[in-house]
Design a protein around this ligand. Structure first.
Ligand code: PFF
Length: 457
């Protein structure tokens, strides 16, 4: 496309793509999943999934995007005209709706917690996770307050995207990503230097294989997709704003390294603090919103540490939310010829409205329990992480293997790489293994849902 927007620099692209990857998944989901699933045992499987499946799919998505210079629906249509493959693109757009609806709600919670922390509101929760638990529960099950914060979060997200690829997404990724890394590093050092903090590190990094359950493996794989923003065309869309000079192999390695390093840093910052102060590491989803607010006031300058933590979490959530909405925006620009402003505002609003239902489902104002035994909020989370993203990723790998062809894929990958020594057999094996692993895990989930017993897990 002649006047397609492009990234301003190679670094800008890497920061935007890793900004997409680094989000609530790294700082909220990963630590509590590891905490509940045997710490290091979970970390080990997670790293393996990232290296084998994650790396292959990140590269594949970048390649498809850059080759076609289009967002997912148009990209699949261009490479496979008049076939059903374009539905992989539509699945991505649908996933964006599903994920951003609950992601925006969590973004709102984070905003609320920045304000609570800055105004000294954590002090009354000192050493009292029960009080922190009721504050959190009362807030998220309320009607107006969480919705208001969610709307503010979504408005900021829309505002950034309206300013375009270079002037909005890239500009803010360049500001926020370095800040996230610096703040997390400071928090990690603070945690390590606390008395007893090192126990948190051994919890995270000393594998105890007896803790390695099959269901942790399933969880780790689904999370690998979520944390790297894979399976819904986000990386196809970001890749479509690239020119042929970018080394995609290098860029993918950078994105993966930054995403993993930040998840580990978050784990270190959180578990060292939790262990030093004798709190419960296996608290689950409440780790961030319940345990930490009761722990921060126990530290000297607790208000400062608490506020910094939630500010960095806000920036991480925002750079990811931006990338999710950009998938929808780019679809309407590329396929329907809409203006960026119109597409972003209209669909940003639609997603916010779906998100309001997610938020209200937590307080029972919207009761869906007659149809399912989980809230609408949890349903959207499970649907996307367990099914939509892995299925999208698997189909993308199958598309390269069986339709577009590995030689075409490698030709595009070679652009921007000086040494042309990629063995196509390695690409075939990696893509095949990725597709098969994901296929097996999804089948396992479906069998478990239907029969009540899983093959593994
Ligand atoms: N990778 C983000 C996180 O870890 O929080 C979540 C995410 C962003 C998922 C973008 C999917 C996506 F397309």
């Amino acid at each position: 496309m002649k006047n397609r927007e492009h990234w301003g620099s190679k670094l800008g692209f890497i920061l935007a793509a890793s900004g997409s990857a680094v989000g609530i998944g790294n700082i909220w989901k990963y630590p509590h999943m590891a905490g509940q699933n045997g710490g290091a045992a979970f970390t080990l499987i997670y790293l393996l999934c990232i290296l084998v499946v994650g790396l292959s799919i990140v590269i594949t998505e970048f390649v498809i995007g850059r080759k076609t210079q289009l967002s997912p629906v148009g990209a699949f249509e261009t490479l496979a005209p008049n076939t059903a493959w374009k539905w992989v693109g539509f699945l991505g757009v649908a996933s964006a709706f599903v994920i951003l609806s609950f992601y925006g709600v969590v973004g709102g919670w984070i905003l609320k917690y920045i304000i609570v922390s800055l105004t000294g509101g954590f002090n009354v929760l000192k050493g009292d996770p029960e009080a922190a638990g009721s504050l959190f529960n009362n807030f998220i099950t309320g009607t107006w307050s969480p919705v208001l914060y969610q709307i503010i979060f979504m408005a900021v997200c829309i505002w950034v995207i309206v300013h375009g690829v270079k002037g909005g997404i890239e500009k803010w990724a360049k500001v926020m990503m370095p800040l996230i890394i610096i703040l997390l590093a400071v928090l990690a050092v603070r945690g390590i230097t606390l008395k007893g903090g090192l126990e948190g590190i051994s919890f995270l990094f000393n594998p105890r294989f007896e803790d390695l359950t099959a269901s942790a493996i399933v969880l780790a794989l689904g999370h690998a997709f979520f944390t790297l923003s894979l399976g819904m065309g986000t990386m196809v869309t970001y890749g479509s704003y690239l020119d042929r000079e970018q080394n995609l192999l290098n860029s993918a390695l950078w994105v993966i390294a930054l995403d993993t390093a930040i998840a580990m840093l978050a784990g270190v910052a959180i578990f060292t603090t939790v262990f030093a102060l004798g709190a419960n590491p296996a608290e689950g989803p409440g780790l961030i919103f319940v345990v930490l607010p009761s722990v921060f006031p126990q530290l000297a300058a607790g208000t400062l540490w608490g506020s910094l933590f939630f500010i960095l979490l806000f920036m991480a959530a925002l750079t990811s939310a931006i990338s999710i909405l950009e998938v929808v925006t780019a679809y309407f620009i590329d396929q329907k010829g809409w203006s960026r402003t119109k597409a972003t505002i209209q669909f940003g609003v639609v997603i916010t409205v779906v998100g309001v239902f997610c938020s209200l489902s937590l307080g029972g104002s919207i009761n869906l329990t007659a149809f399912m035994d989980i809230t609408f909020f949890d349903f959207m989370d499970y649907l996307s992480s367990k099914y939509m993203l892995p299925i999208g990723g698997m189909l993308t790998a199958l598309f390269v293997l069986f339709h577009w062809g590995v030689p075409n894929f490698i030709d595009e990958l070679y652009m921007g790489i000086s040494s042309k020594k990629i063995d196509s057999r390695i690409a075939v094996i990696l893509l095949l293994v990725s597709a098969m692993v994901v296929g097996f895990i999804i089948l396992n989930e479906i069998i478990a849902k239907i029969t009540g017993t899983a093959v593994i897990g």
